[in-house]
Design a protein around this ligand. Structure first.
Ligand SMILES: Cc1cc2nc3c(=O)[nH]c(=O)nc-3n(C[C@H](O)[C@H](O)[C@H](O)COP(=O)(O)OP(=O)(O)OC[C@H]3O[C@@H](n4cnc5c(N)ncnc54)[C@H](O)[C@@H]3O)c2cc1C
Length: 412
């Protein structure tokens, strides 16, 4: 007998899809090749960044680019060997920065974020994970009033979307985060921003929940899938073939290896990100701090203080360059003078990224039984439950909770 729904990928998007499908009454088989949440979902910054509605192309300010690119360990790097490969993606990214496209993506992202907030609340309640969510807000920091003024358009767009925020200075700023370097005289507090205790623990506890609710975990690599009559056949690396009524590709940055052969040409790339996690107590952090001008965040987790971000457009095969983790740690020590920088663990992860900063959520060209759920870039944890809800809508024959046309795999 065929399985009901096979999900390829046991990262946060695959797991949230499993949970939302189970909540809709479907039986799930999860195929994961490297252990639950050992990909991008392992070491991210743990934010439910519901207010991040602007595409990256809008946030990357041209005035900053030369400074960023000149610094080989700066917030944005393109290893020369990878430049020819990434050029077509960069051109699409550039086009995504046109004002009409920014307006369209922001509208789509706003709808997805609203759904993300309500679906994440439903998922954490159902899975018993609500206690892992911290509702402390975030604090974005600027080195001058001019830097804040330069981000005004972004805050106006958030205001129009009904997102609350407060620009803070002086005592109010010091109360939100004591011990900051005076180099940052002004900040923006976003109260709705949430973080999890630890993204890996969050994902593994979600996996425990879906397995306890009946999901089967197959530890294997899926090498291909194809529709076959009323089913989908999924081939594993050992040659075994599993059949299911439907399949979901949630393989993060590696998804193209499965979707290209199905005729879908999706410009998925990876934005490699880096961090260092210091032991708990390395700094008395009140909430997540965002150093936008330097491309990194500092996050309080139950497992320590995580310092990281950055974007390296270097593909899936180059070895990690942990000097990037080191460079952000050095900056963080200057920005937070009391920070104890010893004893950290470094990490690099592959963000799965599309040039318009929107994920791919929708059916394959090959047929409606194969649904894609990947490409969430910087926001996969935040949007995992909403994606799961939309996947469940598609596979249960329900009208999608929001318009999914902007996320179509065929939009490129
Ligand atoms: C430094 C950094 C900080 C970040 N901070 C945040 C944040 O604060 N908030 C936020 O929302 N997002 C954040 N992100 C982004 C977020 O981590 C990703 O968008 C998200 O984890 C993607 O989840 P995923 O399940 O799609 O991919 P992954 O977590 O990579 O999972 C994909 C899984 O599929 C498996 N797989 C791949 N191919 C196959 C195959 N053929 N067969 C079987 N299994 C396969 C992989 O082993 C992997 O486990 C951050 C990312 C980075 C790098």
């Amino acid at each position: 007998m065929p399985a009901d729904v096979i999900i390829i990928g046991g990262g946060i998007v695959g797991l949230a899809s499993a949970e939302r499908l189970q909540a809709a009454g479907r039986r799930v088989t999860l195929i994961e090749r490297a252990g639950i949440a050992r990909g991008a979902s392992f070491g991210n910054a743990g934010a439910f960044a519901f207010s991040d509605i602007l595409p990256l192309a809008a946030a990357v300010r041209l005035s900053r680019l030369p400074r960023w690119l000149i610094d080989p360990l700066g917030p944005l790097a393109i290893p020369p060997a990878y430049l020819p490969r990434i050029l077509p993606w960069l051109l699409r990214f550039w086009r995504a920065g046109r004002s009409d496209r920014i307006a369209r993506s922001t509208m789509a992202q706003t709808a997805l974020m609203r759904l993300a907030e309500s679906e994440m609340a439903a998922l954490t309640a159902a899975a018993g994970l609500a206690g892992m969510v911290r509702k402390e807000g975030s604090l974005e920091l600027y080195e001058s009033e001019g830097e804040l003024a330069a981000s005004a358009a972004g805050w106006q767009a958030r205001s129009a979307a009904g997102i609350a925020f407060e620009h803070v200075r002086g005592e109010r700023l010091a109360a939100l985060q004591p011990g900051l370097s005076p180099r940052f005289p002004v900040g923006t507090f976003v109260p709705e921003w949430q973080t999890v205790d630890d993204p890996f623990t969050f994902a593994t506890r979600l996996a425990d929940h879906v397995i306890a609710a009946g999901a089967e975990l197959v530890e294997a690599e899926a090498t291909a899938l194809r529709p076959e009559g009323e089913t989908v056949a999924v081939t594993l690396a050992d040659g075994c073939v599993l059949a299911a009524r439907a399949a979901v590709v949630a393989a993060g940055a590696f998804s193209r290896r499965l979707t290209d052969p199905l005729g879908d040409r999706i410009p998925l790339e990876t934005e490699r990100g880096y961090n260092t996690t210091l032991p708990p107590g390395a700094f008395a952090l009140r909430r997540q701090l965002v150093f936008g001008g330097h491309g990194f965040v500092v996050t309080p987790l139950s497992t320590g203080i995580r310092i990281g971000g950055a974007v390296e457009l270097g593909g899936l095969d180059l070895p990690p360059d942990y000097r990037r983790s080191e460079a952000m740690l050095t900056k963080a020590a200057a920005f937070l003078p009391g920070l104890r920088r010893e004893g950290g663990t470094q990490w690099m992860g592959f963000r799965p990224s599309l040039p318009d900063s929107l994920p791919v959520i929708g059916a394959s060209r090959a047929g409606p039984r194969i649904v894609y759920a990947f490409g969430h870039g910087h926001l996969g944890l935040t949007q995992s439950a909403a994606t799961g809800r939309l996947v469940a809508d598609l596979l249960c024959g329900r009208a999608p909770a929001i318009d999914i046309a902007p996320f179509s795999p065929q939009r490129f």
